[in-house]
Design a protein around this ligand. Structure first.
Ligand code: NAD
Length: 498
Protein backbone atom coordinates (compact mmCIF):
# COMPACT_ATOMS: atom_id res chain seq x y z
CA UNK A 1 0.00 0.00 0.00
CA UNK A 2 1.34 3.43 -0.89
CA UNK A 3 0.97 6.51 1.29
CA UNK A 4 -2.54 7.91 1.65
CA UNK A 5 -3.37 11.39 0.43
CA UNK A 6 -2.74 14.18 2.93
CA UNK A 7 -5.73 15.53 4.84
CA UNK A 8 -6.22 19.30 4.48
CA UNK A 9 -4.02 20.64 7.28
CA UNK A 10 -4.00 24.08 8.87
CA UNK A 11 -1.23 26.40 7.67
CA UNK A 12 -1.05 29.20 10.21
CA UNK A 13 -4.49 30.71 10.19
CA UNK A 14 -5.50 29.24 6.88
CA UNK A 15 -5.88 25.75 5.45
CA UNK A 16 -5.64 24.35 1.97
CA UNK A 17 -8.41 22.50 0.21
CA UNK A 18 -6.94 19.71 -1.92
CA UNK A 19 -8.18 17.82 -4.95
CA UNK A 20 -8.60 14.18 -3.86
CA UNK A 21 -7.71 13.14 -7.42
CA UNK A 22 -4.38 14.98 -7.69
CA UNK A 23 -3.57 16.47 -4.25
CA UNK A 24 -3.40 19.83 -6.01
CA UNK A 25 -4.31 22.83 -3.82
CA UNK A 26 -7.63 24.12 -5.17
CA UNK A 27 -8.16 26.86 -2.60
CA UNK A 28 -7.00 28.34 0.70
CA UNK A 29 -9.44 29.38 3.42
CA UNK A 30 -9.32 30.91 6.88
CA UNK A 31 -9.48 28.77 10.00
CA UNK A 32 -12.11 30.81 11.80
CA UNK A 33 -11.66 31.10 15.56
CA UNK A 34 -14.33 31.05 18.25
CA UNK A 35 -14.23 34.89 18.29
CA UNK A 36 -14.75 35.02 14.51
CA UNK A 37 -17.68 32.66 14.82
CA UNK A 38 -19.31 34.64 17.63
CA UNK A 39 -18.93 37.83 15.58
CA UNK A 40 -20.57 36.15 12.58
CA UNK A 41 -23.50 35.03 14.76
CA UNK A 42 -23.88 38.58 16.13
CA UNK A 43 -23.92 40.01 12.61
CA UNK A 44 -26.47 37.37 11.67
CA UNK A 45 -28.85 38.65 14.39
CA UNK A 46 -29.28 41.92 12.52
CA UNK A 47 -29.58 40.04 9.25
CA UNK A 48 -32.26 37.78 10.74
CA UNK A 49 -34.51 40.67 11.77
CA UNK A 50 -34.23 42.27 8.35
CA UNK A 51 -34.84 38.98 6.50
CA UNK A 52 -37.87 38.18 8.69
CA UNK A 53 -39.20 41.66 7.95
CA UNK A 54 -39.21 40.94 4.21
CA UNK A 55 -42.09 38.52 4.75
CA UNK A 56 -42.77 35.35 2.79
CA UNK A 57 -43.17 37.11 -0.56
CA UNK A 58 -39.95 39.15 -0.26
CA UNK A 59 -37.94 36.11 0.77
CA UNK A 60 -39.49 33.89 -1.89
CA UNK A 61 -38.62 36.39 -4.59
CA UNK A 62 -34.96 36.48 -3.50
CA UNK A 63 -34.71 32.72 -3.06
CA UNK A 64 -36.10 32.25 -6.58
CA UNK A 65 -33.47 34.66 -7.95
CA UNK A 66 -30.71 32.81 -6.07
CA UNK A 67 -31.99 29.58 -7.63
CA UNK A 68 -31.78 31.28 -11.04
CA UNK A 69 -28.10 32.15 -10.47
CA UNK A 70 -27.31 28.58 -9.42
CA UNK A 71 -29.09 27.25 -12.50
CA UNK A 72 -27.43 29.57 -14.99
CA UNK A 73 -23.97 28.94 -13.49
CA UNK A 74 -24.45 25.20 -13.10
CA UNK A 75 -21.26 24.24 -15.02
CA UNK A 76 -19.19 26.48 -12.74
CA UNK A 77 -20.79 25.06 -9.59
CA UNK A 78 -20.30 21.49 -10.82
CA UNK A 79 -16.64 22.16 -11.51
CA UNK A 80 -16.20 23.47 -7.96
CA UNK A 81 -17.77 20.25 -6.67
CA UNK A 82 -15.56 18.11 -8.91
CA UNK A 83 -12.41 19.98 -7.86
CA UNK A 84 -12.97 19.28 -4.18
CA UNK A 85 -14.70 15.88 -4.16
CA UNK A 86 -13.35 14.32 -7.35
CA UNK A 87 -16.84 13.16 -8.39
CA UNK A 88 -17.84 13.17 -12.08
CA UNK A 89 -19.37 16.43 -13.31
CA UNK A 90 -22.62 14.61 -14.17
CA UNK A 91 -22.98 13.52 -10.54
CA UNK A 92 -22.24 17.04 -9.34
CA UNK A 93 -24.97 18.22 -11.69
CA UNK A 94 -27.47 15.69 -10.34
CA UNK A 95 -27.04 16.80 -6.71
CA UNK A 96 -27.14 20.49 -7.75
CA UNK A 97 -30.31 20.04 -9.80
CA UNK A 98 -32.06 18.40 -6.85
CA UNK A 99 -30.93 21.25 -4.58
CA UNK A 100 -32.32 23.80 -7.05
CA UNK A 101 -35.67 21.97 -7.03
CA UNK A 102 -35.69 22.24 -3.24
CA UNK A 103 -35.05 25.99 -3.30
CA UNK A 104 -37.97 26.43 -5.70
CA UNK A 105 -40.26 24.26 -3.57
CA UNK A 106 -39.37 25.87 -0.23
CA UNK A 107 -39.74 29.39 -1.63
CA UNK A 108 -43.13 28.56 -3.12
CA UNK A 109 -44.64 26.72 -0.15
CA UNK A 110 -43.29 28.55 2.91
CA UNK A 111 -46.26 30.91 3.28
CA UNK A 112 -48.86 28.17 2.94
CA UNK A 113 -47.16 25.91 5.48
CA UNK A 114 -45.83 28.45 7.98
CA UNK A 115 -48.29 31.32 7.65
CA UNK A 116 -51.12 31.92 10.14
CA UNK A 117 -53.77 29.17 10.23
CA UNK A 118 -57.04 28.95 12.11
CA UNK A 119 -57.63 26.11 14.54
CA UNK A 120 -60.92 25.00 16.02
CA UNK A 121 -61.29 26.38 19.60
CA UNK A 122 -63.65 23.54 20.68
CA UNK A 123 -67.09 23.84 22.30
CA UNK A 124 -65.97 24.94 25.77
CA UNK A 125 -63.91 27.80 24.29
CA UNK A 126 -66.27 28.66 21.44
CA UNK A 127 -65.95 32.40 22.19
CA UNK A 128 -62.24 32.30 21.15
CA UNK A 129 -60.59 32.54 17.74
CA UNK A 130 -57.58 30.21 17.72
CA UNK A 131 -54.65 30.59 15.33
CA UNK A 132 -51.15 29.22 14.93
CA UNK A 133 -48.29 30.56 12.88
CA UNK A 134 -44.71 29.41 12.54
CA UNK A 135 -42.20 32.13 13.38
CA UNK A 136 -38.50 31.95 12.50
CA UNK A 137 -36.09 30.82 15.22
CA UNK A 138 -33.56 33.59 14.52
CA UNK A 139 -30.06 32.40 13.63
CA UNK A 140 -29.48 28.82 12.50
CA UNK A 141 -25.99 27.28 12.43
CA UNK A 142 -25.56 24.76 9.62
CA UNK A 143 -22.66 22.29 9.74
CA UNK A 144 -22.18 20.27 6.57
CA UNK A 145 -20.37 17.19 5.26
CA UNK A 146 -18.35 16.84 2.05
CA UNK A 147 -20.03 13.95 0.23
CA UNK A 148 -22.85 16.01 -1.33
CA UNK A 149 -21.55 19.51 -0.65
CA UNK A 150 -24.43 21.22 -2.52
CA UNK A 151 -27.48 19.05 -1.94
CA UNK A 152 -26.86 18.20 1.70
CA UNK A 153 -26.16 21.56 3.37
CA UNK A 154 -28.69 23.31 1.13
CA UNK A 155 -31.31 20.90 2.48
CA UNK A 156 -30.95 22.73 5.80
CA UNK A 157 -29.91 26.20 4.55
CA UNK A 158 -32.75 26.55 2.03
CA UNK A 159 -35.47 25.54 4.45
CA UNK A 160 -34.04 27.66 7.28
CA UNK A 161 -33.90 30.70 4.99
CA UNK A 162 -37.39 30.13 3.60
CA UNK A 163 -38.69 29.99 7.18
CA UNK A 164 -37.20 33.46 7.80
CA UNK A 165 -33.95 32.67 9.61
CA UNK A 166 -30.44 33.95 9.03
CA UNK A 167 -27.85 31.19 8.59
CA UNK A 168 -24.19 30.83 9.55
CA UNK A 169 -22.81 27.95 7.51
CA UNK A 170 -19.70 25.88 8.17
CA UNK A 171 -19.01 23.55 5.25
CA UNK A 172 -16.76 20.52 5.62
CA UNK A 173 -13.03 21.24 5.63
CA UNK A 174 -12.90 19.08 2.48
CA UNK A 175 -15.33 21.30 0.53
CA UNK A 176 -14.97 24.92 1.71
CA UNK A 177 -14.78 26.16 -1.90
CA UNK A 178 -18.24 24.80 -2.74
CA UNK A 179 -19.60 26.39 0.43
CA UNK A 180 -18.06 29.74 -0.48
CA UNK A 181 -19.44 29.52 -4.01
CA UNK A 182 -23.00 29.03 -2.70
CA UNK A 183 -22.73 31.81 -0.11
CA UNK A 184 -21.19 34.26 -2.60
CA UNK A 185 -23.98 33.60 -5.09
CA UNK A 186 -26.54 34.33 -2.36
CA UNK A 187 -24.76 37.58 -1.41
CA UNK A 188 -25.13 38.77 -5.02
CA UNK A 189 -28.89 38.48 -4.67
CA UNK A 190 -29.09 39.62 -1.05
CA UNK A 191 -26.28 42.18 -0.64
CA UNK A 192 -28.09 44.31 1.97
CA UNK A 193 -27.56 42.19 5.12
CA UNK A 194 -25.52 39.18 6.26
CA UNK A 195 -28.39 36.71 5.94
CA UNK A 196 -26.23 33.77 4.85
CA UNK A 197 -22.62 33.79 6.06
CA UNK A 198 -19.74 31.38 5.62
CA UNK A 199 -17.28 30.31 8.29
CA UNK A 200 -14.52 27.84 7.45
CA UNK A 201 -12.28 25.56 9.42
CA UNK A 202 -12.14 22.16 11.08
CA UNK A 203 -14.12 20.50 13.86
CA UNK A 204 -13.09 23.23 16.35
CA UNK A 205 -14.77 25.88 14.18
CA UNK A 206 -17.91 23.74 14.03
CA UNK A 207 -17.79 23.29 17.82
CA UNK A 208 -17.46 27.07 18.23
CA UNK A 209 -20.62 27.52 16.14
CA UNK A 210 -22.52 25.14 18.43
CA UNK A 211 -21.54 27.27 21.43
CA UNK A 212 -21.98 30.67 19.81
CA UNK A 213 -25.56 31.34 20.86
CA UNK A 214 -27.35 30.22 17.70
CA UNK A 215 -31.03 29.30 17.98
CA UNK A 216 -30.64 25.90 16.33
CA UNK A 217 -27.90 23.71 14.89
CA UNK A 218 -28.58 21.70 11.75
CA UNK A 219 -25.84 19.10 11.53
CA UNK A 220 -25.19 16.64 8.73
CA UNK A 221 -22.25 14.30 9.14
CA UNK A 222 -21.17 11.22 11.02
CA UNK A 223 -23.05 9.77 13.98
CA UNK A 224 -20.01 10.22 16.25
CA UNK A 225 -19.79 13.95 15.55
CA UNK A 226 -23.58 14.25 15.88
CA UNK A 227 -23.37 12.86 19.42
CA UNK A 228 -20.63 15.34 20.36
CA UNK A 229 -22.67 18.22 18.96
CA UNK A 230 -25.80 17.17 20.81
CA UNK A 231 -23.86 16.90 24.09
CA UNK A 232 -22.32 20.35 23.59
CA UNK A 233 -25.67 21.88 22.59
CA UNK A 234 -27.29 20.51 25.77
CA UNK A 235 -25.31 23.05 27.85
CA UNK A 236 -27.35 25.91 26.37
CA UNK A 237 -30.49 23.91 25.49
CA UNK A 238 -29.79 24.72 21.86
CA UNK A 239 -32.02 22.46 19.74
CA UNK A 240 -30.38 20.31 17.07
CA UNK A 241 -31.30 18.46 13.89
CA UNK A 242 -28.99 15.50 13.37
CA UNK A 243 -28.71 14.04 9.88
CA UNK A 244 -26.16 11.28 10.43
CA UNK A 245 -24.93 8.06 8.90
CA UNK A 246 -26.78 5.06 7.57
CA UNK A 247 -26.51 1.37 6.68
CA UNK A 248 -29.32 1.23 4.17
CA UNK A 249 -30.84 -2.03 3.04
CA UNK A 250 -32.44 -2.97 -0.27
CA UNK A 251 -35.01 -5.78 -0.31
CA UNK A 252 -35.78 -7.95 -3.35
CA UNK A 253 -39.05 -9.93 -3.41
CA UNK A 254 -39.90 -12.87 -5.68
CA UNK A 255 -42.08 -10.78 -8.00
CA UNK A 256 -39.53 -7.94 -8.35
CA UNK A 257 -38.17 -6.71 -11.65
CA UNK A 258 -34.79 -8.38 -11.08
CA UNK A 259 -33.03 -6.45 -13.81
CA UNK A 260 -34.14 -3.13 -12.27
CA UNK A 261 -33.31 -4.28 -8.73
CA UNK A 262 -29.78 -5.28 -9.81
CA UNK A 263 -29.31 -1.98 -11.59
CA UNK A 264 -30.50 -0.06 -8.52
CA UNK A 265 -28.14 -2.07 -6.30
CA UNK A 266 -25.11 -1.39 -8.47
CA UNK A 267 -25.86 2.32 -8.79
CA UNK A 268 -27.03 2.72 -5.19
CA UNK A 269 -23.93 0.99 -3.82
CA UNK A 270 -21.17 2.31 -6.07
CA UNK A 271 -22.16 5.75 -7.32
CA UNK A 272 -20.23 8.57 -5.67
CA UNK A 273 -17.76 5.88 -4.60
CA UNK A 274 -20.35 4.62 -2.11
CA UNK A 275 -19.96 7.86 -0.18
CA UNK A 276 -23.69 8.36 0.09
CA UNK A 277 -25.51 8.47 3.43
CA UNK A 278 -28.52 6.84 1.73
CA UNK A 279 -26.39 4.53 -0.43
CA UNK A 280 -27.24 0.82 -0.65
CA UNK A 281 -24.90 -1.09 1.69
CA UNK A 282 -26.83 -4.32 2.33
CA UNK A 283 -29.19 -6.38 0.15
CA UNK A 284 -31.65 -9.08 1.29
CA UNK A 285 -32.99 -11.23 -1.54
CA UNK A 286 -35.74 -13.85 -1.53
CA UNK A 287 -34.16 -17.29 -2.01
CA UNK A 288 -36.22 -17.99 -5.11
CA UNK A 289 -34.66 -15.10 -7.06
CA UNK A 290 -31.34 -14.88 -5.21
CA UNK A 291 -29.07 -16.59 -7.76
CA UNK A 292 -30.51 -14.74 -10.73
CA UNK A 293 -30.19 -11.41 -8.88
CA UNK A 294 -26.60 -12.05 -7.77
CA UNK A 295 -25.57 -13.03 -11.30
CA UNK A 296 -26.99 -9.78 -12.66
CA UNK A 297 -25.31 -7.66 -9.97
CA UNK A 298 -21.96 -9.31 -10.68
CA UNK A 299 -22.35 -8.81 -14.43
CA UNK A 300 -23.31 -5.13 -14.04
CA UNK A 301 -20.57 -4.43 -11.49
CA UNK A 302 -17.93 -5.46 -14.01
CA UNK A 303 -18.86 -2.43 -16.11
CA UNK A 304 -18.34 0.00 -13.25
CA UNK A 305 -14.94 1.55 -12.58
CA UNK A 306 -13.47 4.25 -10.36
CA UNK A 307 -11.14 6.81 -11.91
CA UNK A 308 -10.74 10.44 -12.81
CA UNK A 309 -11.04 10.05 -16.58
CA UNK A 310 -14.27 10.90 -18.36
CA UNK A 311 -15.26 7.25 -18.80
CA UNK A 312 -15.04 6.41 -15.08
CA UNK A 313 -18.43 6.02 -13.37
CA UNK A 314 -17.21 7.40 -10.07
CA UNK A 315 -14.20 9.19 -8.62
CA UNK A 316 -11.76 8.88 -5.75
CA UNK A 317 -12.44 8.43 -2.05
CA UNK A 318 -12.71 12.04 -0.95
CA UNK A 319 -11.63 11.58 2.66
CA UNK A 320 -8.38 9.55 2.71
CA UNK A 321 -8.91 8.07 6.18
CA UNK A 322 -12.01 6.26 4.87
CA UNK A 323 -9.88 3.95 2.71
CA UNK A 324 -8.70 2.10 5.82
CA UNK A 325 -12.29 1.65 7.03
CA UNK A 326 -13.40 0.19 3.68
CA UNK A 327 -10.40 -2.15 3.57
CA UNK A 328 -11.03 -3.27 7.17
CA UNK A 329 -14.72 -4.04 6.53
CA UNK A 330 -13.90 -6.16 3.46
CA UNK A 331 -11.03 -7.98 5.21
CA UNK A 332 -13.19 -8.74 8.24
CA UNK A 333 -16.02 -10.05 6.04
CA UNK A 334 -13.63 -12.36 4.14
CA UNK A 335 -11.90 -13.62 7.29
CA UNK A 336 -15.27 -14.54 8.75
CA UNK A 337 -16.37 -16.70 5.85
CA UNK A 338 -17.63 -14.13 3.35
CA UNK A 339 -16.76 -14.35 -0.35
CA UNK A 340 -16.01 -11.50 -2.74
CA UNK A 341 -17.71 -12.18 -6.08
CA UNK A 342 -16.39 -8.88 -7.39
CA UNK A 343 -13.34 -7.03 -6.02
CA UNK A 344 -11.96 -7.67 -2.54
CA UNK A 345 -9.36 -6.12 -0.28
CA UNK A 346 -7.07 -5.37 -3.21
CA UNK A 347 -9.77 -3.24 -4.82
CA UNK A 348 -9.05 -0.56 -2.26
CA UNK A 349 -6.06 1.42 -3.44
CA UNK A 350 -4.46 4.54 -2.04
CA UNK A 351 -6.90 6.89 -3.74
CA UNK A 352 -9.60 4.88 -5.53
CA UNK A 353 -11.70 1.94 -4.43
CA UNK A 354 -13.05 -0.36 -7.15
CA UNK A 355 -16.43 -2.10 -6.64
CA UNK A 356 -16.70 -5.02 -4.22
CA UNK A 357 -19.68 -7.42 -4.01
CA UNK A 358 -19.72 -9.66 -0.94
CA UNK A 359 -21.87 -12.71 -0.18
CA UNK A 360 -22.10 -15.16 2.76
CA UNK A 361 -21.08 -12.40 5.16
CA UNK A 362 -22.13 -13.02 8.81
CA UNK A 363 -24.81 -10.57 9.93
CA UNK A 364 -22.77 -9.51 12.95
CA UNK A 365 -19.69 -8.50 10.95
CA UNK A 366 -18.64 -4.87 10.49
CA UNK A 367 -19.46 -4.97 6.77
CA UNK A 368 -23.13 -5.58 7.69
CA UNK A 369 -23.42 -3.56 10.89
CA UNK A 370 -21.27 -0.44 10.44
CA UNK A 371 -21.42 2.29 7.81
CA UNK A 372 -18.72 1.42 5.25
CA UNK A 373 -19.13 4.57 3.15
CA UNK A 374 -17.32 2.97 0.24
CA UNK A 375 -18.19 1.12 -3.00
CA UNK A 376 -19.05 -2.21 -1.38
CA UNK A 377 -22.27 -4.14 -0.94
CA UNK A 378 -23.25 -7.32 0.93
CA UNK A 379 -25.93 -9.61 -0.50
CA UNK A 380 -27.73 -12.15 1.71
CA UNK A 381 -30.30 -14.83 0.85
CA UNK A 382 -33.53 -14.86 2.91
CA UNK A 383 -36.28 -17.50 3.01
CA UNK A 384 -39.09 -14.91 2.86
CA UNK A 385 -39.75 -11.19 3.09
CA UNK A 386 -40.46 -11.36 6.83
CA UNK A 387 -36.86 -12.43 7.33
CA UNK A 388 -35.74 -9.66 4.95
CA UNK A 389 -37.59 -7.03 6.99
CA UNK A 390 -36.30 -8.44 10.27
CA UNK A 391 -32.68 -8.39 9.07
CA UNK A 392 -32.99 -4.98 7.44
CA UNK A 393 -34.33 -3.60 10.73
CA UNK A 394 -31.62 -5.25 12.87
CA UNK A 395 -29.41 -2.17 12.77
CA UNK A 396 -28.78 0.80 15.02
CA UNK A 397 -29.19 3.05 11.96
CA UNK A 398 -32.43 3.88 10.16
CA UNK A 399 -31.98 6.38 7.35
CA UNK A 400 -33.08 5.27 3.84
CA UNK A 401 -34.05 1.93 2.32
CA UNK A 402 -35.34 0.43 -0.91
CA UNK A 403 -37.87 -2.30 -1.71
CA UNK A 404 -38.26 -4.08 -5.03
CA UNK A 405 -41.61 -5.86 -5.12
CA UNK A 406 -44.51 -5.56 -7.54
CA UNK A 407 -47.31 -6.58 -5.16
CA UNK A 408 -46.03 -5.78 -1.66
CA UNK A 409 -43.80 -2.73 -2.12
CA UNK A 410 -45.68 -0.24 0.03
CA UNK A 411 -46.58 -2.81 2.68
CA UNK A 412 -42.93 -3.85 3.09
CA UNK A 413 -41.83 -0.20 3.02
CA UNK A 414 -44.06 0.68 5.96
CA UNK A 415 -42.55 -2.16 8.01
CA UNK A 416 -39.01 -0.88 7.59
CA UNK A 417 -37.64 1.13 10.52
CA UNK A 418 -36.12 3.84 8.39
CA UNK A 419 -36.98 7.47 7.78
CA UNK A 420 -37.42 6.96 4.04
CA UNK A 421 -38.07 4.12 1.59
CA UNK A 422 -38.10 4.01 -2.21
CA UNK A 423 -40.17 1.34 -3.91
CA UNK A 424 -39.06 -0.14 -7.25
CA UNK A 425 -36.44 2.58 -7.90
CA UNK A 426 -33.34 3.71 -6.04
CA UNK A 427 -33.25 6.78 -3.76
CA UNK A 428 -36.36 8.40 -5.31
CA UNK A 429 -37.49 10.01 -2.05
CA UNK A 430 -34.39 12.23 -2.12
CA UNK A 431 -35.57 13.89 -5.32
CA UNK A 432 -39.09 14.71 -4.12
CA UNK A 433 -39.00 18.12 -2.48
CA UNK A 434 -42.31 17.67 -0.66
CA UNK A 435 -41.07 14.60 1.26
CA UNK A 436 -39.31 14.94 4.62
CA UNK A 437 -35.71 13.68 4.79
CA UNK A 438 -34.15 12.25 7.92
CA UNK A 439 -33.66 9.13 9.98
CA UNK A 440 -34.15 7.34 13.28
CA UNK A 441 -31.74 5.81 15.80
CA UNK A 442 -28.06 6.42 15.05
CA UNK A 443 -29.08 8.08 11.76
CA UNK A 444 -30.31 11.03 13.80
CA UNK A 445 -33.59 12.88 14.20
CA UNK A 446 -35.44 15.90 12.94
CA UNK A 447 -36.28 16.47 9.29
CA UNK A 448 -35.13 18.62 6.42
CA UNK A 449 -37.13 19.03 3.15
CA UNK A 450 -40.90 19.28 2.71
CA UNK A 451 -43.35 20.88 5.16
CA UNK A 452 -41.58 19.13 8.04
CA UNK A 453 -38.30 20.73 6.97
CA UNK A 454 -39.84 24.20 7.00
CA UNK A 455 -41.37 23.63 10.44
CA UNK A 456 -38.04 22.27 11.73
CA UNK A 457 -36.61 25.79 11.44
CA UNK A 458 -39.49 27.63 13.06
CA UNK A 459 -41.36 27.82 16.34
CA UNK A 460 -45.12 27.42 16.51
CA UNK A 461 -46.80 30.51 17.91
CA UNK A 462 -50.29 29.90 19.29
CA UNK A 463 -52.72 32.79 19.75
CA UNK A 464 -56.21 32.62 21.29
CA UNK A 465 -58.23 35.81 20.75
CA UNK A 466 -61.48 36.34 22.69
CA UNK A 467 -64.19 37.27 20.21
CA UNK A 468 -66.97 37.91 22.76
CA UNK A 469 -67.53 37.47 26.50
CA UNK A 470 -68.72 33.95 27.24
CA UNK A 471 -72.07 33.59 29.03
CA UNK A 472 -70.22 31.61 31.71
CA UNK A 473 -66.77 32.76 32.82
CA UNK A 474 -64.34 29.93 33.61
CA UNK A 475 -61.09 31.80 34.19
CA UNK A 476 -61.94 34.20 37.01
CA UNK A 477 -62.21 34.14 40.81
CA UNK A 478 -65.74 35.44 40.27
CA UNK A 479 -66.70 32.00 38.92
CA UNK A 480 -69.74 30.64 40.73
CA UNK A 481 -70.44 27.17 42.13
CA UNK A 482 -73.34 26.91 39.71
CA UNK A 483 -70.86 27.44 36.85
CA UNK A 484 -68.70 24.54 38.06
CA UNK A 485 -71.78 22.34 38.31
CA UNK A 486 -72.78 23.31 34.76
CA UNK A 487 -69.28 22.56 33.46
CA UNK A 488 -69.33 19.13 35.15
CA UNK A 489 -72.67 18.35 33.44
CA UNK A 490 -71.50 19.59 30.09
CA UNK A 491 -68.28 17.56 30.12
CA UNK A 492 -70.26 14.45 31.07
CA UNK A 493 -72.58 14.97 28.11
CA UNK A 494 -69.64 15.58 25.79
CA UNK A 495 -67.18 12.89 26.94
CA UNK A 496 -68.76 10.64 29.55
CA UNK A 497 -70.71 8.28 27.31
CA UNK A 498 -67.94 5.70 26.91
P1 NAD B 1 -17.99 14.49 10.00
O1 NAD B 1 -18.87 14.16 11.15
O2 NAD B 1 -16.56 14.09 10.07
O3 NAD B 1 -17.97 16.06 9.72
C1 NAD B 1 -19.14 16.77 9.42
C2 NAD B 1 -18.95 18.24 9.78
O4 NAD B 1 -18.85 18.36 11.21
C3 NAD B 1 -17.70 18.87 9.20
O5 NAD B 1 -18.02 20.17 8.76
C4 NAD B 1 -16.75 18.92 10.39
O6 NAD B 1 -15.80 19.94 10.32
C5 NAD B 1 -17.73 19.18 11.53
N1 NAD B 1 -17.26 18.79 12.86
C6 NAD B 1 -16.36 17.85 13.20
N2 NAD B 1 -16.24 17.78 14.54
C7 NAD B 1 -17.08 18.70 15.06
C8 NAD B 1 -17.43 19.08 16.39
N3 NAD B 1 -16.87 18.51 17.46
N4 NAD B 1 -18.35 20.04 16.56
C9 NAD B 1 -18.95 20.62 15.49
N5 NAD B 1 -18.67 20.31 14.21
C10 NAD B 1 -17.74 19.34 13.99
O7 NAD B 1 -18.71 13.86 8.72
P2 NAD B 1 -18.20 13.84 7.21
O8 NAD B 1 -17.11 12.83 7.09
O9 NAD B 1 -17.98 15.21 6.73
O10 NAD B 1 -19.48 13.28 6.45
C11 NAD B 1 -19.72 11.92 6.23
C12 NAD B 1 -20.83 11.44 7.13
O11 NAD B 1 -21.99 12.24 6.92
C13 NAD B 1 -21.28 10.01 6.85
O12 NAD B 1 -21.49 9.35 8.08
C14 NAD B 1 -22.60 10.19 6.13
O13 NAD B 1 -23.49 9.12 6.24
C15 NAD B 1 -23.13 11.41 6.78
N6 NAD B 1 -24.13 12.09 5.95
C16 NAD B 1 -25.43 12.07 6.37
C17 NAD B 1 -26.40 12.67 5.58
C18 NAD B 1 -27.84 12.69 6.02
O14 NAD B 1 -28.61 13.44 5.46
N7 NAD B 1 -28.24 11.91 7.00
C19 NAD B 1 -26.05 13.30 4.39
C20 NAD B 1 -24.72 13.31 4.00
C21 NAD B 1 -23.76 12.70 4.80
Amino acid sequence: MTAVQPKPTPVGETFDSLSPATDEVVGTYPVHTADDVRAAVERARAGAGWWDGLGFAGRAERLQRWKGVLTRRLPQLCQAVRDETGKPVADAQLESVLAIEHIAWAAKHARKILGRHRRSPGLLMANQAATVEYRPLGVVGVIGPWNYPVYTPLGSITYALAAGNAVVFKPSEYTPGVGKWLVDAFAEIVPEQPVLQLITGFGETGAALVGAGVDKIAFTGSTGTGKKIMAAAAATLTPVVIEAGGKDALLVDTDADIEAAADATVWGAFSNSGQTCIGVERVYVHERVHDEFVAKVVEKSKNVRAGSDDEAQYGPITMPSQLAVIRRHIADALERGGRALVGGVDSVGDRYAQPTVLVDVPEDSEAVREETFGPTVTIAKVRDMDEAVEKANATKYGLGSTVFSRARGVELASRLRAGMTSVNAPLSFAGIASLPFGGVGDSGFGRIHGPEGLREFSRPKAVARQRFTAPITLTSFTRKESTDALVAKLITVLHGKR
